[in-house]
Structure formats: C-alpha cells, structure tokens
Design a protein around this ligand. Structure first.
Ligand SMILES: Cc1cc2nc3c(=O)[nH]c(=O)nc-3n(C[C@H](O)[C@H](O)[C@H](O)COP(=O)(O)O)c2cc1C
Length: 218
C-alpha cells in the first residue's frame, strides 16, 4: 500500500474550533426521525450523493461491508410496505413484550407503515457478512459497527441536505432479501425511507439525555 500525505481540508483556530463544534452540535439537535412524508419527488442524483456520503464511513480493515439498495419503483414500494406491515402486525400483536410496547407507546407507532409508499425513496442498507473472491469466502470484520457508522453518516447527510429519514426495522427483515433478490452474503440491516416531510408532519416531543448523563471525563 502506498502512503500519501494527509492534507487537512482546513486548519481551525481556537475560536473557530469551538464555534464550528457547537454549530454542528446545534444543527444535529434539529434532526428528527419523521414518519409523515410528502410525495414530492427527490432527484435520483441527490440520493446517489447521499449514499456516497454514507459510503465514506470508516470500516473494519476498510472492507466497506455495505450495499445500499434504493427503491423508487411504486410497485416494489407497495410490496415492501405489505410485507413490512405483515411482520409489524405480528410484532405489535404477538411478538413484542409488554415492556417493549410500553416503551414504544409515547412514539405513537403501530403496525401501519404508509410512509413506505409515500416516501419517494426507500434505502435498504444491507450488511455484507463476507465476500466471495474466486469461489473463496473472505471474511469482513466488525460488520455491525461499520454498517452502523455508514447508516449514521447517511442520516446526517440526509439532514444536511434538508430532507428527512426514518430508521425503520420491520423485523424480521428477511422479506427484503427475497423482494430485492439479494445474494446469500448480504443481510438486511435498516430500511430508511427518505424524502421531504409532509406539510402537516408531527414528531413526538422527545427529550435527549443531558451532558452529564452521557459524558464521563477521566
Ligand atoms: C436501530 C433503530 C431502529 C429503529 N426502528 C424504528 C422502527 O422500526 N420504527 C420507527 O418508527 N422508528 C424506529 N426508530 C426510530 C427511533 O424511534 C427514534 O430514533 C427515536 O425515537 C429518537 O427520535 P429521533 O430520531 O427523532 O431523535 C429506530 C431507531 C433506531 C436507531
């Protein structure tokens, strides 16, 4: 492997360091998971840029163990909605514990997922558990951590673009492997609808942990 000089994009001074850090934090406080989408179209090139932003994430041994499947086809979105709602119906009526349902209650979610058809794009993030290289299986490393980071990059890129997303997990998600005809080395990780918020979109009035609850200095 050749090594090249690392060239910082800019060198902050002490004032801009704090200013930029706080500004970015404040910007991220305005990100919300949105479940009410507008049908307003989003250009394909925008989605491509967002996915490629996600794909800049760090990954174990630089294996980049992710595939982003993007669905805009209305018929396929309908099939995904129907399959997701079937799983979610079973989860909400039978599979989730009383405690889980209690934790979800303030969010007002149920088995119905109309946003899977309303949102112009669904990005289904797959984790690649291994690669096949001339008929030999080669492992990927820290796949969950790596794909989680890439999904996080995707969500911040969506927010930066002025769009909204929902991190959705209609489990079990095997139906996505079948509907999208994905290979055996890929497992569905997250289903992320992306688009503009509906004009009358609402979000639960959640509160985030304070500094002292999440940060421990040593
Ligand atoms: C791994 C993961 C799975 C989630 N699954 C769902 C889901 O299936 N349905 C849903 O409506 N929200 C889901 N969410 C969204 C959370 O409910 C949401 O992030 C949380 O309530 C905080 O709200 P915020 O994203 O607006 O800060 C999920 C979030 C994460 C990180």
């Amino acid at each position: 492997m050749a090594f090249i000089p690392y060239r910082p994009t800019f060198v902050p001074n002490d004032a801009t360091l704090l200013e930029r850090s706080r500004a970015y934090y404040l910007f991220l406080t305005t990100r919300r998971s949105v479940r009410d989408f507008s049908e307003r179209p989003v250009p394909r090139e925008v989605i491509e840029a967002l996915v490629m932003a996600a794909s800049t994430a760090p990954s174990g041994a630089h294996k980049q163990p992710w595939t982003f499947c993007v669905v805009g086809n209305p018929d396929l979105k309908r099939q995904i909605r129907e399959a997701a709602e079937a799983e979610e119906y079973r989860s909400y009526t039978r599979r989730m514990s009383a405690e889980w349902l209690e934790d979800l209650a303030p969010l007002g979610t149920d088995w119905r997922k109309p946003f899977l058809e309303t949102a112009p794009w669904l990005i289904i993030v797959f984790r690649r558990i291994y690669e096949t290289d001339s008929d030999r299986k080669r492992p990927n490393y820290y796949v969950m951590e790596s794909v989680g980071l890439a999904a996080g990059f995707l969500l911040t890129a969506v927010h930066n673009a002025g769009l909204v997303a929902l991190t959705h997990t209609p489990s079990p998600m095997d139906f996505l492997t079948k509907l999208l005809n994905r290979p055996a080395n890929e497992k569905p990780f997250l289903l992320i609808p992306i688009g503009y918020p509906a004009d009358d979109a609402t979000v639960p009035d959640i509160h985030r942990k304070e500094t002292d609850d999440v940060l421990v200095w040593y």
